[in-house]
Design a protein around this ligand. Sequence first.
Ligand code: PLP
Length: 224
Amino acid sequence: MKTLNQLVRPNILNLAPYSCARDEFKGREARVFLDANESPYNSPYNRYPDPLQLALKEKLSRIKGVPVENMCLGNGSDETIDLAYRCFCRPGIDNVVAIEPTYGMYKVCADINNVEYRKVLLDDNYQLSADAILAACNGNTKLIWICSPNNPTGNLMNAEEVEKVLRQFEGIVVVDEAYSDFTKARSWRSRISEFPNIIVLNTMSKAWGCAAIRLGMAFASKDI
Ligand SMILES: *Cc1c(COP(=O)(O)O)cnc(C)c1O
């Protein structure tokens, strides 16, 4: 794997974290937060929420078996898909590789971010070949998209082939497990400490029946 310094877009690496009024006041009691220009009326909707969503992450941590520090929440997992492009892919320069057919949002977000999208057909059993995927990569390939169980084919991707991609690819491998609740197979989120280049996506939208709340999860190394 390349280092994250080599993989992350330079403008993202150079970001200074935005410090909100809430962060600056942490640990003290207050009834009004005039520095955030919130209304004192219409509780609780008048308040900006915790930007790190810690109370929610602690609950999810117990369900998912992943530490809070390895979790990033999105407005649906669709937002985390877009974030992966924005973190790693320089528009007009970098590319991504994905299995085909698969979930349509990877291509939509590639087009929005002006990132070349390379498709590698699944075989006649709808399985991926690690060698075919790796052969489609070049020095500017930043992300590989693997959806497992795959939408729309419904099958799990062969774990040995996925592991081969994880071990041999120099960039980030995103394993989208939107449908992992429907299978007894071990989730890749239990192996994030083994693979520094994996991002695993989960969602509340499918088996949990909560598409309306727009809650997606990304699990990865703390550094990612
Ligand atoms: C539905 C779906 C998503 C998006 O889920 P949201 O969390 O609702 O944005 C992501 N990946 C796959 C494979 C899906 O089928």
